[in-house]
Design a protein around this ligand. Structure first.
Ligand code: ADP
Length: 247
């Protein structure tokens, strides 16, 4: 889907966020970008989204299918909902910005609210919803344009552990059901190991790809209790420690 070659990004402040980053993203991937805070994960995600440009290197989309408008969805750590609008109207927003009337959007809005488990809460305003439900609205809003690529920047970091686990499980089901490609930024080894099929470990700033690990784990509600999951977490921790301690 996308080939990232030797990408570097230095901000005008002089901060070198990324150096020589090369990575291929395949259709259907669930890829985690894992690394300590400040290692350039969000910067890389913004480059993939086209919200920023690299100073060096290139990002090349598969020529046969570059993403069209609305085909990249973005979910932030903060749900960033309009406080005065209902859950359904928040989800409608990206369609509204494309000139699609509320009535015409109704079916798509209901479909994605159903996918994230929010039927019955369509009329609720953000202040009436829990943090987890607000994040579900945010995910539904990203899905309503039917993106091929979903970019998620630490979307569950601010949630309590129980809610986070539930959303992680639901996200995996969603990914299986809709078959989109996901790039998920996290600084949690547990989260990366639970969710991703490919875990990309980044070095401290300037961010480089330190190592890539595949996860062959079968996922189910019991994955967290699976010794294979514990072994994967240990292996990723070991690699991450080695990267953090490297000169
Ligand atoms: P991460 O997502 O891994 O926490 P970021 O990509 O947000 O890391 O940031 C990488 C580094 O670049 C950090 O030191 C951050 O302060 C810096 N940075 C990010 N955005 C900007 C910007 N717009 N201007 C200057 N420095 C920035």
């Amino acid at each position: 889907m996308l080939t990232i070659s030797d990408v570097g990004r230095r901000f005008p402040t002089g901060t070198e966020a990324l150096r020589d980053v090369s990575l291929r993203l395949h259709d259907g991937d669930f890829l985690a970008l894992l690394g300590p805070s400040g290692c350039g994960k969000s910067t890389l995600l913004r480059l993939i989204a086209g919200l920023d440009r690299p100073d060096t290197g290139t990002l090349r989309w598969d020529a046969s299918a570059p993403p069209g408008p609305g085909e990249i969805g973005y979910v932030f750590q903060d749900a960033t909902l309009l406080p005065w609008a209902s859950a359904a109207d928040n989800v409608w927003l990206p369609l509204r910005l494309r000139g699609i009337a509320r009535d015409a959007a109704q079916r798509d809005v209901t479909t994605v609210l159903d996918r994230v488990g929010l039927i019955g809460f369509e009329a609720a305003r953000p202040a009436q919803l829990s943090g987890g439900m607000r994040m579900r609205v945010s995910i539904a809003r990203a899905l309503v344009t039917k993106p091929r690529l979903l970019l998620m920047d630490e979307p569950f970091a601010a949630l309590d552990e129980f809610t986070r686990h539930r959303l992680q499980e639901d996200l995996l089901n969603l990914w299986r059901d809709i078959g989109c490609t996901i790039v998920f930024v996290t600084h949690s080894i547990y989260e990366a190991a639970f969710l991703a099929r490919r875990i990309v470990l980044m070095t401290p700033r300037p961010g480089r790809i330190g190592r890539e690990m595949d996860s062959p784990l079968p996922r189910s509600a019991n994955t967290r209790l699976d010794p294979a999951y514990a072994a994967l977490v240990t292996a990723v921790s070991r690699e991450m420690t080695a990267l953090l301690e490297a000169p």
